[in-house]
Design a protein around this ligand. Sequence first.
Ligand code: HEM
Length: 395
Amino acid sequence: VTANSSGSVVLDPRAHADGSVDEVFGSLRGSAPVVRYEPDDFPPFWSVVTYREVKEVYTNPDVYGSTRGVLLRRSELGEDPGGGLTLALTDRPRHAVLRRLLAPLFDERCARNLHATMRQDVCDVLEEAAQHDVVDLAHAVSERLSSYLVARLLSVPDADVATVCRWIGESFADGRPITSHPLLAPYLIELVYDRMERPHTDLVSLLVEGDVDGEPLSETEILLNVENVVGASENAGLSLASGLLALMTYPDQLGLLVERRELIGPACEEVLRWASSASHSMRFTRADAQLAGVTIPAGERVVVWLRSANRDERVFEAGGEFRVDRGPNRHVALGVGEHVCIGQTMARHQMRMVLEEVRQSVESMTLAGEVEMIASIAVNGPSRLPVKLKLRGNR
Ligand code: HEM
């Protein structure tokens, strides 16, 4: 492919679903690591495919800013309405203040406090999935586990968790903003008003009670930040689903994991790298920039492809192979720098639990139908994963 003709493949959701984009990324890494596209349906942007340059963009927020959007959107949609308001869509110094406000909810201590609940959710979901002859793991396990996690961070009462998780799932299924869901949106608004009167230790309470430079957050800011976290957490389920698919596709790797318990940690990292569930991040240049010898003027969109950086042959030996014992594994699946995924500790704990259950409780897990991958340039993962799942013994 030439650099120019590659643009249509890089932006074709089907090429992401069937994996053919990986070949194009591979060839661009060798010949055109930083290239400008002027597509018909999207605004012009610079595409960055190599590991080193992806990291350089992430770690220079004064040059590559987040305020005007972090995902490439079709031209007809215009710029992101959350720009300047949510954690993901702010730059220093506001970003640092928001991040400090929310960080306590996502730290190691909180993840540990949630352990018993998370473990129970994982076991319940697996047990229910195993009751069916063939179960779609993309929905029955992965999508549900990421929604469960976020429902816990919002302290949704036990009696509402299943319903709220279903609404979150529906919002993702039709791709509209979560805050436009006819039932979820009023529920979240109620939650905001409730926490104003009765503070909890949860995401909404932190946003309700917090301030930025002495100014409380507006209701819109609170809701958009809740939406940001709920939306971003979808990644956890997608990575889990890709990980389960990889273990079924490479039974030797599953065997290795079952044999060697100490591989759980490295296997989690390999699942994150392999899945690259967040496909890209976008930035806007705030000043003229130099990247791989190319000059990018100020005010331009720059898209970094994590899926490509995570397979860069200069960093990952046989990056196209799934190896649960890979090490070192310095993938960029969770981003890098000050916007690095705030949910990473939770996501890692949950993935660990799922892999532990796969080792201990799953007797067999085999594909039982056609797998479909999500056709999107923003997220990667299965949209349909039909599986026969059998748990051990009396479970
Ligand atoms: C395996 C699962 C996950 C992956 C692969 C992932 C990936 C990412 C990536 C690549 C970024 C950086 C975006 C950027 O710099 O523009 C990010 C940021 C973020 N993630 Fe995750 N994420 C995962 C799980 C989660 C979970 C479970 C939550 C919440 C419960 C979450 C919430 C967020 C938020 C709020 C941000 C914005 C942080 C900031 O801008 O400071 N993520 N994530």
